[in-house]
Design a protein around this ligand. Structure first.
Ligand code: SAM
Ligand code: SF4
Length: 360
């Protein structure tokens, strides 16, 4: 099937509603990926640095008002150990993720970690995902050595965004959007994403999410299924949710459509997708994803980074995890690219274009 980056909103909706052929869609997306970015699978080691958060998103288990678990921040030396062992095994990109915290202590901690990496480990690309930060803090962290920022818009339709966030002045749609635009405009490799399968979300909403990402001209995407958590307000709407199979197929269609719309970006096969289905990794990659994020958070903290119920907890050593990933990717004809930071080609091309007349 010949599907191009100019897919209309109507065709996108048709695919999302299952009125097109999924197998042809996935094949077209895979073809686009192989032609434009190749068969490589890039790894980002994710470190869930802190589960404290000042926010109260209705869907997230880490929300401020959930008092049923203990809050932690991984100390400096423990994070350094993770960096060192990951680097020794060939990882060249790490993602530091946390709740949104603007306190100096947290920002200083992240800045120190970034400086340590810049000074001690060569050729590493650092990704941050810590919520909405003021521009001054973003600049500080960029100077300290971070290159990429991931801030999901969560739902690009304002009405839907407002349905899933409290109207307390801390969760404004316009602030989220402005924050993402600031990141994009200030030289970061920019990632965003959305929650898929939220109660009340329509195919039209999801089509608009995809067109939003195309319009923003993002470099990376991490989007995955919404999964429920008992200690959140959204738990009360669980009877409105689609079955896991429905949320999975929607996620795969979203990955494929985005791959066709933006051929050279990095797209992750997320942990949430792998939570829905033990074969979610393979299915995500076959639908057009090219990034996998092995969890490097020390085991003792993992149970307290519980965004949703049933989150996959693998307790294998890093050696075992990498071996398993290489085998699983190899079985579907894909090769894990150790030793490479895996910068999105989309960003590299964007920079060349800015430097002088290059076109993709
Ligand atoms: N606090 C930062 C933020 O919100 O941007 C980064 C960390 S937050 C835990 C990372 C992502 O987790 C969010 O962008 C959200 O999409 C996702 N998430 C939270 N709760 C979820 C749930 N119940 N199901 C699936 N994903 C969820
Ligand atoms: Fe905090 Fe992020 Fe969870 Fe919202 S999604 S409650 S900002 S950790």
């Amino acid at each position: 099937m010949n599907l191009s980056g100019n897919l209309s909103r109507e065709s996108i909706i048709r695919f999302l509603e299952g009125r097109g052929s999924d197998s042809e869609l996935f094949e077209a997306a895979r073809g686009t990926l192989l032609k434009s970015a190749g068969s490589g699978v890039f790894l980002r080691g994710i470190i869930e640095l802190s589960n404290s958060c000042r926010k109260n998103c209705f869907y997230c288990g880490l929300r401020r008002d959930n008092k049923t678990f203990s809050r932690y921040t991984i100390p400096f030396d423990e994070v350094i150990c993770v960096f060192e062992s990951g680097y020794a095994k060939g990882l060249r990109s790490f993602l530091l993720q946390s709740g949104e915290l603007l306190v100096d202590e947290h920002i200083d901690h992240v800045e120190r970690l970034l400086r340590w990496i810049s000074t001690n480990l060569e050729g590493v690309s650092m990704v941050l995902s810590m919520g909405e930060l003021p521009i001054g803090i973003l600049e500080r962290l960029k100077k300290a050595g971070a290159h990429r920022y991931l801030l999901r818009i969560e739902a690009s339709t304002q009405e839907l965004y407002e349905m899933f966030h409290p109207g307390d002045g801390l969760h404004e749609y316009d602030d989220r959007l402005r924050s993402l635009q600031t990141i994009r405009a200030s030289g970061w490799q920019t990632g965003t994403g959305v929650l898929i399968g939220l109660p009340g979300q329509t195919a039209e909403n999801l089509a608009d999410d995809l067109l939003f990402m195309k319009e923003m001209d993002i470099d990376m995407c991490g989007m995955g299924p919404y999964l429920e958590h008992e200690q959140t307000p959204l738990w009360n709407r669980r009877s409105e949710l689609g079955q896991w199979e429905e949320r999975e197929i929607l996620t795969l269609r979203m990955i494929s459509l985005l791959r066709i719309l933006l051929p050279t970006i990095n797209i992750a096969a997320t942990t949430a997708l792998q939570t829905l289905d033990p074969e979610g990794l393979e299915k995500g990659l076959m639908a057009g994803a090219n990034v996998v994020m092995p969890n490097l958070t020390p085991i003792k903290y993992r149970k307290d980074y519980n965004l949703y119920q049933g989150k996959v907890h693998v307790e294998d050593t890093l050696d075992e995890v990498l071996k398993i990933l290489e085998n699983r990717c190899g079985e579907i004809g894909r090769d894990v690219k150790l030793g490479s930071p895996g910068d999105p080609l989309h960003f590299t091309n964007r920079m060349k274009e800015q430097a002088g007349g290059w076109t993709e």
